[in-house]
Structures are given as structure tokens and as C-alpha cells.
Design a protein around this ligand. Structure first.
Ligand code: SF4
Length: 66
């Protein structure tokens, strides 16, 4: 995926992302429409359900917040 950044994380990241309501998954992106990306990027790697218990997460550089 050309527009993604993969970073190593630990459980602190997940605790703090929950505590501070960090939004970075496709479901929080305005380009996420009907379970797919409006820009046709693959979404599986950074859908919310895929994030917990991982040692790395994928951030999309095209993420669009409201
Ligand atoms: S632009 Fe990136 S974060 Fe937004 S829906 Fe597409 S793949 Fe997901």
C-alpha cells in the first residue's frame, strides 16, 4: 500500500488511543464508504477490528477526518 505507514506499537498505544479517542482507522475516515475506501485502497490492514493485540499498526496518509 503506497499511502500507509506501518509503526511498531505496544499495549500502551492501545490504552492511550482509547483514553484520548485517537481516530486513525478506516471507519473514522470520511473516505470510508459502504465498507470500502472511496480511493480504492485496501482497508483490511487498518480497519478497527484488526487493530487490537497487534505489535504494529498501519496509518493511512490519506486519512480524512471530519
Ligand atoms: S483513505 Fe485510507 S484511512 Fe481512509 S478509508 Fe481509505 S484506506 Fe482507509
Amino acid at each position: 500500500m503506497l499511502s500507509a505507514v506501518k509503526i511498531d506499537v505496544d499495549q500502551t498505544f492501545f490504552r492511550e488511543s482509547e483514553a484520548y479517542a485517537l481516530r486513525y482507522c478506516c471507519e473514522d475516515c470520511t473516505l470510508f464508504v459502504d465498507e470500502r475506501c472511496a480511493h480504492f485502497w485496501p482497508t483490511l490492514d487498518h480497519r478497527r477490528a484488526q487493530q487490537s493485540q497487534k505489535t504494529s499498526v498501519v496509518f493511512c496518509k490519506e486519512f480524512c477526518a471530519d
